[in-house]
Design a protein around this ligand. Structure first.
Ligand code: GLU
Length: 393
């Protein structure tokens, strides 16, 4: 479903008849980055800032295109409203395969990106962060370039930085930690005990959620990454699996190899890779009770409706993975005040924020009689609509 169709559906779901202001981004910025004689297309899309400065990550991936970045920027707008942080939504991307580039070239791409978009970024304007295939080191190069160009110290212009240059404790594990708070609460509400879990994707979000769940006593029976899947009926040792991936570059080969993990029976399925991983066909086959979207957009709209019919609860991305941007907001607050918090403070605040959002959505879901995503969107859209009305009348 594209943004226009989503807006139509949301007008129906929320009963608000004029959501036109959310049907397209405020600004679309594009550039061509020239690095070592190669040209890469780059985007920064500023979707909406009615509730605060534009906020959202930058991804480096060969599939990046304008439509995708626009949708991701729209989702950021909804996400920040749902967890009620004073920020808007934006997203960036470069169409590039960083796996084929040297570290030196990646650094050049990062610096070139900031040079191209310097005028439209800023601590009170638009604050990037990591996303797919970008990381704290890339954020460091981007901050360095920004401060060189503008002759200033402005750590809050970007989040997801290393601790040494103004990052926040807890930011590296924040997406997974937010997901864990949702999973624990959902298991309580659904009466799920000794849950068996499958994790699709073993990047930042996937590996951290597997580790956090494993440490809490959940049984992780299968994990996949872009190269393959590994399975153990009695549960994988995630500490050993992380070492295996560090040595071999994949989870494959750690335990029993499988072609596919989606049709295995489990209690919780966590897609933590890319968009559209669970389509209608897969949604008909999954054997799970709960899906927690740690990636952005992993379940297609048709699949979502099918899962609802099949009584499988889906905690949507705009809630399940909002821990990342929430701790990015905490990082920005710390940078602006110059006062830094310990890990317990960060995680306690994150827990309160996530549970408040989850419980608000759950209460509405129970009375609204639609799917969980519709309830989450309803809450976010109402906040966005009233901020917009207050500004524009
Ligand atoms: N890229 C992450 C997301 O999609 C984090 C964004 C941020 O921290 O600004 O939510």
């Amino acid at each position: 479903m594209d943004i226009q169709q989503t807006i139509k559906r949301l007008e129906q779901v929320t009963g608000i008849s004029n959501l036109n202001f959310l049907s397209k981004p405020n600004h679309v910025h594009t550039a061509t980055l020239v690095v070592n004689g190669n040209e890469y297309v780059a985007y920064r899309i500023q979707y909406n800032n009615d509730r605060g400065p534009y906020k959202g990550g930058i991804r480096f991936h060969p599939m990046v295109n304008r439509t995708e970045v626009e949708l991701l920027a729209f989702w950021m707008t909804i996400k920040t409203a749902l967890v009620d942080i004073p920020m808007g939504g934006g997203k960036g991307g470069v169409t590039i395969d960083p796996k084929l580039l040297s570290e030196e070239s990646i650094q050049k791409v990062a610096r070139e990106y900031v040079r191209s978009f310097n005028n439209i970024l800023g601590v009170n304007i638009d604050i990037p962060a990591p996303d797919v295939y970008t990381n704290p080191q890339i954020m460091s190069f981007m901050l360095d370039e920004y401060e060189l160009i503008n002759n200033c110290s402005e750590p809050g212009m970007i989040t997801g930085k290393p601790l040494e240059i103004g990052g926040s404790l807890g930011r590296d594990t924040a997406t997974a930690m937010g997901g864990l708070f949702c999973i624990d609460e959902a298991c309580d509400r659904l009466g799920l005990k000794d849950a068996r879990v499958i994790v699709q994707g073993f990047g930042n979000a996937g590996s951290n959620i597997a580790k956090l769940l494993y440490d809490k006593g959940y049984t992780i029976i299968a994990v996949s990454d872009s190269k393959g899947c590994t399975f153990s009926d009695s549960g994988l040792n995630i500490d050993l699996l992380i070492s295996h991936k560090q040595i071999n570059g994949t989870v494959k080969g750690y335990a029993e190899d499988l072609d596919n993990i989606f049709s295995l029976p489990c209690d919780i399925l966590i897609p933590a890779a890319l968009e559209n991983s669970i389509n209608l066909d897969i949604a008909k086959k999954v054997q799970t009770k709960l899906i927690v979207e740690l990636a952005n957009g992993p379940v297609t709209t048709e699949a979502d409706d099918m899962l609802h019919e099949r009584n499988i609860l889906v905690i949507p991305d705009i809630l399940a993975n909002a821990g990342g941007v929430t701790v990015s907001y905490y990082e920005w607050v710390q940078n602006k005040t110059g006062l830094y918090w310990d890990a317990t403070q960060v995680n306690n605040k994150l827990k309160l924020c996530m549970l408040k959002a989850l419980n608000t959505v759950w209460d509405l879901y129970e009375v609204q009689g639609r799917n969980f995503r519709d309830a989450a969107y309803t809450i976010a859209i109402k906040r966005l609509y009233s901020a917009h009305k207050l500004r524009k009348g």
